[in-house]
Design a protein around this ligand. Structure first.
Ligand code: BV8
Ligand code: ZN
Length: 255
């Protein structure tokens, strides 16, 4: 991909010393075949809105319905592969010392592509959590139609994700906050920027002096104020960012 397609100045900013923070949303997993959060839910789930199912109240009212939605999403994600966006982010982490990857996605595809230390601020589909006693377990079964009882307190366990109306774990949020506040470049990738407090991170980065870049196929509330906008799919933009950087950087072996 010719580097000419990158907005002027972005590559230079990327090469300056300092931290680069990527904030990822559902658009990063779209090209793996995982529907974005705002894509109309299809089939059995078409008559539900995610915001209505991803809440503690929904689970209290109808644990079987909510559980089956998450089991269906687990089966969907287990059947797909990370795409070129995920792989490029894992490779960028090796090229950019101090890079921080914050993701709103719960699909675990970043780790499957080789990223490490990912801040999964909205949790992970492949763990269960008891909301009574906090006990967590790794998901062993993605077929069962009924949520397991907590081995510690017998309450029904749910997915270890952050639902609407639930707090993001303080340690994760403060780590994401500190990374954004100390960034020289903040790259928002594949997110509509409508969910808080994740959507606040771009402002935190700007207040800290960072330049803001957006990779998205459509406009978002961030687009107008971003310093760099790449209006293209993440699986195209991130590899071209990586290639441009590798062309500019001396070969690692020569360092
Ligand atoms: C909280 C896990 C304290 C579950 C999710 C202000 C401050 C704090 C809270 C709030 C606030 N205002 C409102 C709130 C409440 C709420 C909120 O933000 N509501 C929204 C709807 C207004 N926030 C919370 O409840 C948070 N909790 O702050 O606790 C508190 C408590 C009570 C009351 C107040 C405060 C917790 C929020 C976490 C919710 N959990 N996920 C699950 O997944 O089942 S959020 C879920 O939706 C996802 O994780 C993701 O974060 C979000 C969807 O957003 P996106 O990832 O952006 O996806 P989306 O589909 O929207 O957009 C996709 C984008 O990709 C689009 O722009 C598209 O153009 C682009 N795209 C598509 N294809 C591509 C592409 N881009 C590039 N390439 C492509 N190929
Ligand atoms: Zn329990």
């Amino acid at each position: 991909m010719p580097t000419g397609s990158l907005p002027a100045g972005l590559l230079e900013r990327l090469q300056e010393p300092g931290r680069v923070v990527f904030l990822c949303g559902a658009g990063v997993s779209a090209e793996s075949g995982v529907p974005t959060f705002r894509d109309a839910m299809s089939g059995l789930w078409a008559r539900h809105r995610p915001e209505d199912l991803a809440t503690p109240d929904a689970f209290r009212r109808n644990p079987l319905l909510v559980w089956r939605w998450y089991q269906a999403r687990r089966r969907q994600v287990a059947a797909v592969q990370p795409n070129q966006a995920h792989h490029a982010l894992a490779a960028l982490q090796r090229e950019l010392p101090g890079m921080t990857l914050v993701t709103q996605n719960v699909d675990g595809l970043h780790e499957r592509a080789g990223s490490t230390g990912v801040l999964e601020i909205h949790g992970n589909l492949f763990h269960n959590r008891c909301r009574e006693c906090g006990h967590t377990t790794k998901v062993a079964d993605i077929e069962s139609d009924t949520p397991p009882a907590c081995p510690r307190c017998t309450a029904l366990m749910g997915p270890d994700v952050v639902w609407f109306g639930e707090e993001i774990p303080a340690g994760l949020l403060s780590a994401a906050w500190r990374a954004a506040a100390s960034a020289k470049l903040f790259v928002s990738v594949g997110t509509s920027g409508l969910v808080y407090p994740a959507a606040d991170l771009a402002d935190v980065a700007r207040w800290g002096g960072a330049a803001i870049a957006e990779i998205n196929v459509a406009d978002t509330p961030l687009s107008a104020s971003a310093d760099f906008v790449l209006r293209e799919p993440a699986a195209q933009a991130l590899p071209s960012l990586l290639n441009a950087l590798q062309l500019r950087l001396p070969a690692r072996s020569a360092r």
